[in-house]
Write a protein that binds this ligand. Sequence first.
Ligand SMILES: [Zn+2]
Length: 505
Amino acid sequence: MSRMTKPLLSATRAASKNGRLVRRSDQAFGIQERGRTPPNSSGSSFRTKAGYRGGLSVINDDLARNSCVGRRVTGSCRYSTAAQSGETEALDREYIKGFQGRQNKSIPPSPIESKEASIEARLELVDPLLLRDQCQCELCVDPSSHQKLFQTSDIPSALRPSKIVARGEKVELLWDNDVFGYSADHKTQISLDKIEDLFRASQSPKQLVTWDRSVFRERRRSWKWSETRGSGEMLYEMLRELDDYGLVFLEAMPQLEAEQSISSTYGVEQIGNVIGPLRDSLYGRTWDVRSVANAKNIAYTHQYLGLHMDLLYMTNPPDFQILHCLQAPIKGGGESVFVDSFRAAETMLQASSNPITHPLCTYPMHYHYHHVDARTELQNNHYYRNSHPVIELDEHQHVINVNWSPPFQAPLQPYSLANDTVSTRRMREWHQAAQEFSQIIERPDMQFEYLLKPGEAVIFNNRRALHARKAFDVSKGPRWLKGAYIDGDSVWSKLRVLREWSNGK
Ligand SMILES: [Zn+2]
């Protein structure tokens, strides 16, 4: 397996529609679930002698730097004795002094002595604001609605822990200058696990494994949907695989007319019921890929359909796509081809000294769905249009999305309205890079090919796995795939739920 080694190459799932970082910045997964170790970052942010890059730095480098300042006085945890003894002794004064000391940004960070620093040392490095905001007591989070009952912005800047007490697997904090309206005996309990997460900055990017044909062939599994759908454990594993590789294959989908009438849903709808809901679009909640005459979409013909992603002409293209094979011609072609575009992006950007300025990361590619015909009803007329760069990076230069869909590309646009020499140069640079990218994804060693048989389905990440379909011979029998989209929010929600179940929460 190829494990990416540079931060640039380790994609996170962190992307959101607007902020790009928020949606998948579910640190939650990345760290807790796999027990990942923090990256040995070569970045400029908070590093310690032990080479440990405190996750706080990801949240706010200044914060982390400041948080570290309190450590330099003694060089070791001042509270270990009291806290480890589990006694109810307050740890207040030194602790408060420590945080006050952090107000001076000019003091450089001091090292932590060990990666295995005690929980108290970790607690000491977490800003009180962050700790206070974790409070899940019934005054802070409504036990029934789970809604937050205070505003983070209501926490006074001068808030400090007045007392810290270790209680088994938890730490209890009392506060000075708490949120207005809270009494002095308001207690915030935080689990040691949570403190560990906060310390690790919760944000270490997930080390994503990209794949090519041989990697995927080796690790490919097939999930019996009829069994998987009813087992939390198997579903969890399947979704983790989908999240890690962006591609999973299912078999034993409901197939026969009889089965469908019993369940009264198609297989894709069953999947939607479990990890969805399905996302509606101009194609409907589910749609059929069959060859038809005068098709409005190239997918509905029998021709070769090149590597692409769906619905890139939308602001927020669907994250996941399901294709369920209901009918397929025997030896008639129609194989599906998948490519990990993150692997291709990794290959493209490897040599770039400054990926954020790379033409594939900057040049806006326009995609459209242009079906306007005044002779038909308005509801059947569509003109979707949007632009995305081919490769989207987050602020840490991790690939978060790839947008590549030549069949739906609008005519090339100049980089700027000026259409001057700079604009032309940038267009030419993009063009050259696009040629290289295309050559990479067309390499046979990059492509995993599979002929879906009736009863099988595939779920793939539409922002990562490029898909194509080889031409097929209509005379060898009908080909029918049932398709649907699911938003990533839904899939990742289920993944988090299953993770919490699996952790026994
Ligand atoms: Zn509280």
